[in-house]
Design a protein around this ligand. Structure first.
Ligand code: DQA
Length: 139
C-alpha cells in the first residue's frame, strides 16, 4: 500500500511552533516513528509552505497511490484551489489536523478540504496521522 502525507504551511516548524498547541515533536522525527510502526506501507511525506506546490503534489500522487493524508494547515480555511485539486484526483484523501480546529477561532471552523475528503481526523495531536493510516488499512 502506498500512502502520501502532504503537509501545508508552517508545519515544517512543528516542535518549535506554538508547542502548547502543536506539541514539542518535529514532524521529521514523528515520520520516522510512523515508518517503523508501519513497515509494510510505502509511506512518503511532502511539505510545502506554497499553495501551488501543494496542488502540484496532489496532482502528482493523486492518480497513483492508495491514499493521501492531507494537513493543508492554514490553507484548509482559505484554499478553493486545494479543494478543487482534491475533487480532480482519484485517490481518496483523509484530512487531518493536529489540533481540534472546532475548539479554536471561528475562522478555523471553515474547511475547503472536508467536503471533498473521505474523512476527517482532528484533535489527537500528531497521533491524528497514525489514526488516518489505520483507517486506510482497515478499509
Ligand atoms: C492545523 C490547524 C490550522 O488551523 C492551522 O492553521 C495549522 C495547523 C492543525 O494541524 O491543527 O497550521 O492544520
Amino acid at each position: 500500500m502506498k500512502i502520501n502525507i502532504i503537509n501545508g504551511p508552517n508545519l515544517n516548524l512543528l516542535g518549535k511552533r506554538e508547542p502548547e498547541v502543536y506539541g514539542s515533536e518535529s514532524f521529521n522525527i514523528y515520520f520516522e516513528e510512523l515508518k517503523l510502526k508501519f513497515p509494510e506501507i510505502d509511506l512518503k511525506f511532502f511539505q510545502s509552505n506554497i499553495e501551488g506546490e501543494i496542488i502540484n503534489q496532489i496532482h502528482k500522487v493523486g492518480f497513483s497511490s492508495d491514499g493521501i493524508i492531507l494537513n493543508a494547515a492554514a490553507y484548509t480555511h482559505t484554499s478553493i484551489g486545494i479543494g478543487d485539486a482534491i475533487k480532480s484526483i482519484e485517490v481518496p484523501v483523509i484530512e487531518v489536523h493536529i489540533s481540534n480546529t472546532f475548539s479554536r477561532e471561528d475562522f478555523r471552523h471553515k474547511s475547503y478540504i472536508t467536503p471533498n475528503s473521505k474523512g476527517l481526523i482532528l484533535g489527537f495531536g500528531l497521533d491524528s496521522y497514525r489514526l488516518a493510516i489505520e483507517s486506510f488499512l482497515s478499509r
